[in-house]
Design a protein around this ligand. Structure first.
Ligand SMILES: *[C@@H]1O[C@H](CO)[C@@H](O)[C@H](O)[C@H]1NC(C)=O
Ligand SMILES: *[C@@H]1O[C@H](CO)[C@@H](O)[C@H](O)[C@H]1NC(C)=O
Ligand SMILES: *[C@@H]1O[C@H](CO)[C@@H](O)[C@H](O)[C@H]1NC(C)=O
Ligand SMILES: *[C@@H]1O[C@H](CO)[C@@H](O)[C@H](O)[C@H]1NC(C)=O
Ligand SMILES: *[C@@H]1O[C@H](CO)[C@@H](O)[C@H](O)[C@H]1NC(C)=O
Ligand SMILES: CC(=O)N[C@H]1CO[C@H](CO)[C@@H](O)[C@@H]1O
Length: 753
């Protein structure tokens, strides 16, 4: 008997003594445990205690391990939704996902910053300051920017002339080694940071100071248009942890922001389900609390299915060029000049003498294939032959980026680089002090022809000129993420387009020192491209609309921005994509924002919480799960008894655009929409249809009448493609309602199969 008791004690002791981490499946990784709606009333400490207790229930601490369990809970979410982030073993994660209160458990993945790395260091005095959006939202509207933090000394954040901070603001100005309360002011009213994020700089997470430049740039853009700003630093150079982004959204809602701008997202190649997408989840709850979330659609374009952040409760932004370009002229030895694009600090000039001009293969190293030398492959050029010459390369091989080609030419001792490549031509490359110019294939043929035509071809690359009023503009940027959305094709995405190419805004003075020409100081302003530059423009425009209509829901504001967007460029023609093809709803959504017109849209489409919950049912989530997800807002929610077919989800969500992912030729489908009059009483609107060839589009009724403001009217749009009509794939069009004073345009995309 004694022996048996001893044995039991020994076994117990053994289990207590063997450290948990000794077994391979005991490795802990960061997870998010998402528990749906709720919270908002509990004290932060009580929430944390509850989360630690949940952890304890699946991972009982042994001996002195209580501290480990406490520390494992890294973030507790409780303002907008319930949940926490913690270091868990796979078994603990599985156990928690079976917990009755838990909606989903997912790995804390890294999200990407949606900017391209292109910088410049112009001085403010150059006259290039962004004055494009001089809209001033009322100072009562607060924009939260979730990003890499802020460089508070930037002139964009001056609070000169601003009144006191709105009393409903509950945020803080978190201090850190290089950031104290004096850095917040009446414009930059709050700052938070979320510990060290992955990346090269380890001290990065201890304050809200921006050491990357992305966040300061994004906020500079938003500041141009908005009232107040709050910075939430959830990212560093390496990216943004999902758990930190969720915490930032939760805090922003708790602090009292009106609009959240998020210029980050998953890679389009690894989009997950809505329930494990932190931005989709956070934005859902922000929406329930009346906060509009504006997200960049990503920079993975121009192929279809590359747009991200596509949940129907998110305002998804595409990027366009503006009417400015950075021209870097190439003057050939025979006197002709060719206009190229690039941002440089070239010290060449017409009077300073020409340089020999050579095509890559003419100066190839021994045994180098022509295709490599023509693409300026690393190691393909003979430095002896390249020295002092301007080298011409082509961009037919996507393996070698512009940056690499520039480094190859520069390190071979060349005096400059002319790149022949239509791809990304409209996005100026910043080559620092190295003379660089990019031309399209047509102009490139002329240059190659000239090289062929003479014994001693020469050229100079002139310094960049800032050319204004470029036509046509806007153009959809090649990098801008394109629809349809990968998670569902039933919602047309992106929603809107805004300037995202060559945007000048505040940056941090320490960024990218390598691009600063010798003897010049980095400037506090930089030129950058990316949907992350477009997103704060739209957040600023949304704040502008919100300040005029404080009572409008997030979806009403989105609707106003969408139905008033323009699809015409500054030549009065349809907006085109960077390839020159007409832009569709999958490229630009409803079109380029037109914030002044958005103040008075006439009609709006209010997408209600009920619409979003129905969407989740149609998408395939069980009623029980949808209820848990929405929490108190939907305690008695039931999924609609009859669900539309998966292809007709659009019919059940009152969205300002329509996407029909499957229209079988020979069949007809109909989608209902409900418009609300936010204009004058006694309004009569008539419908006009832009129908794509091969598809018959009918609107019924063709006139809708509103006796008063705030009343609604429903109508149906039906689509039919003739059997054997020859139309296949996505086609695009729009329904526009007009009362003579307002024009309410709703784009549609229909996939004929
Ligand atoms: C806060 O930072 C500013 C600027 O770096 C500095 O001048 C000031 O002394 C600091 N204040 C405190 C209380 O540390
Ligand atoms: C331009 O700059 C390069 C590199 O700094 C230098 O080698 C070259 O002599 C300069 N050329 C002129 C014309 O100043
Ligand atoms: C240059 O001349 C060579 C030989 O005459 C010819 O094969 C080549 O196609 C020419 N290249 C261009 C770009 O005209
Ligand atoms: C220079 O050469 C190019 C290519 O051969 C040609 O198209 C252009 O007309 C020439 N310019 C002049 C001024 O002769
Ligand atoms: C709207 O029209 C009705 C009938 O024509 C009229 O009686 C009413 O006064 C009008 N209301 C407004 C606000 O103009
Ligand atoms: C746009 C730009 O940066 N242009 C510069 C190109 O280089 C010359 C020479 O340094 C500068 O004067 C331009 O400002």
């Amino acid at each position: 008997m004694v022996n048996r008791a001893h044995f039991v004690i020994l076994v117990l002791a053994y289990r207590l003594l063997v450290p948990l981490s000794a077994e391979p499946d005991q490795t802990r990784e960061s997870y998010v445990v998402y528990m749906g709606g709720g919270g908002g009333v509990e004290e932060a400490e009580a929430v944390r205690a509850r989360h630690v207790e949940m952890m304890t229930s699946v991972s009982p601490p042994a001996g002195d391990e209580q501290g480990r369990v406490m520390a494992a809970v890294k973030h507790s979410y409780h303002h907008a939704f319930d949940g926490f982030a913690a270091d868990l073993t796979e078994a603990e994660a599985a156990a928690l996902s079976g917990h009755e209160k838990v909606v989903s458990v997912f790995k804390d993945r890294l999200l990407q910053l949606h900017t391209t790395r292109s910088w410049d260091f112009l001085d403010v005095q150059s006259g290039l300051r962004s004055d494009r959006l001089s809209l001033r939202a009322s100072s009562d509207v607060i924009i939260g920017v979730i990003d890499t933090g802020v460089w508070p000394e930037s002139a964009s954040f001056s609070d000169a002339g601003m009144g006191p901070v709105p009393s409903r603001w509950r945020g803080v100005c978190m201090e850190g080694p290089d950031f104290n309360k004096s850095h917040c002011n009446k414009r930059l009213i709050g700052a938070r940071h979320y510990g060290t994020q992955p990346g090269p700089s380890s001290s990065d997470g201890s304050s809200a100071r921006d050491t990357v430049g992305h966040g300061t740039h994004a906020k500079g853009g938003a500041a141009a248009a908005s009232g107040r700003l709050a910075a939430y630093k959830a990212c560093s150079l390496g990216g943004c942890a999902s758990s930190a982004v969720l915490k930032a959204i939760d805090d922003a809602v708790g602090d009292g922001v009106d609009v959240v701008s998020i210029s980050i997202g998953m890679s389009s190649a690894f989009q997950s389900d809505f329930l494990s997408d932190p931005i989709a989840l956070g934005a859902f709850h922000a929406n329930l609390k009346g906060v509009l979330v504006v997200c960049s659609g990503g920079n993975d374009g121009p192929n279809p299915y590359t747009v991200v952040n596509t949940a129907p409760w998110i305002l998804t932004v595409a990027a366009s060029s503006i009417d400015r370009s950075f021209q870097s002229t190439i003057v050939l030895g025979n006197g002709s000049s060719v206009k190229g694009i690039g941002i440089n600090f070239s010290n060449q000039s017409i009077t300073g003498g020409h340089y020999p001009l050579v095509f890559g293969p003419q100066i190839a190293g021994r045994y180098t294939p022509v295709s490599e030398a023509s693409n300026c492959y690393p190691g393909s050029l003979d430095a002896e032959k390249a020295a002092g010459k301007i080298v011409v390369c082509v961009g037919t091989d996507p393996m070698v980026s512009r940056r690499v080609k520039k480094l190859v030419a520069e390190s071979a001792g060349a005096s400059g680089l002319v790149l022949i490549d239509d791809n990304e031509k409209s996005i100026p490359f910043v080559s620092g002090g190295f003379p660089f110019s990019q031309v399209g294939v047509d102009a490139g043929a002329q240059i190659l022809e000239y090289i062929n035509s003479t014994k001693n071809p020469t050229a100079v690359i002139l310094p960049t000129e800032d050319v204004k009023e470029v036509k046509p503009a806007p153009i959809v940027a090649s990098f801008s993420g394109r629809g349809p959305g990968g998670l569902t094709e039933a919602i047309l995405k992106p929603d809107l387009m805004a300037p995202g190419v060559s945007i000048l805004a505040a940056t941090i003075p320490t960024a990218d020192k390598e691009d600063v020409p010798a003897g010049k100081k980095p400037s506090a302003f930089a030129i950058k491209s990316g949907t992350s530059m477009a997103c704060p423009h739209v957040a600023g425009a949304a704040a502008f609309v919100k300040s005029a209509h404080p009572g409008w829901s997030p979806s009403m504001i989105r609707s106003a921005l969408m139905t008033t967007a323009t699809t015409r460029n500054n030549m009065g023609n349809p907006v085109v994509s960077s390839t020159g093809a007409a832009a569709t709803g999958h490229d630009m959504g409803a079109g380029e924002i037109s914030p002044l017109r958005a103040l008075s849209p006439g009609l709006v489409f209010d997408t209600t919480t009920r619409d979003y919950l129905d969407f989740l049912c149609y998408y395939g989530y069980k009623e029980q799960l949808v209820r848990k997800l929405a929490g108190a807002a939907a305690a008695t929610f039931t999924c609609p008894a009859t669900a539309p077919s998966p292809d007709m989800i659009a019919a059940g969500v009152n969205y300002p655009s329509i996407s029909v992912p499957r229209l079988i030729a020979g069949k007809t489908v109909a989608v209902t929409r409900t418009a609300m009059n936010v204009g004058p009483s006694n309004a009569t609107y008539a419908a006009a249809v832009e129908a794509p060839p091969g598809v018959t589009v009918r609107v019924s009724p063709e006139r809708i009448v509103f006796s008063r403001r705030w009343t609604t009217a429903a109508y149906q749009v039906s689509f039919a493609a003739a059997a054997g009509g020859g139309v296949k794939g996505y086609v695009h069009g729009a329904v526009t309602w007009s009362d003579g004073a307002h024009s309410v345009r709703t784009p549609f995309a229909v996939n004929v199969v």
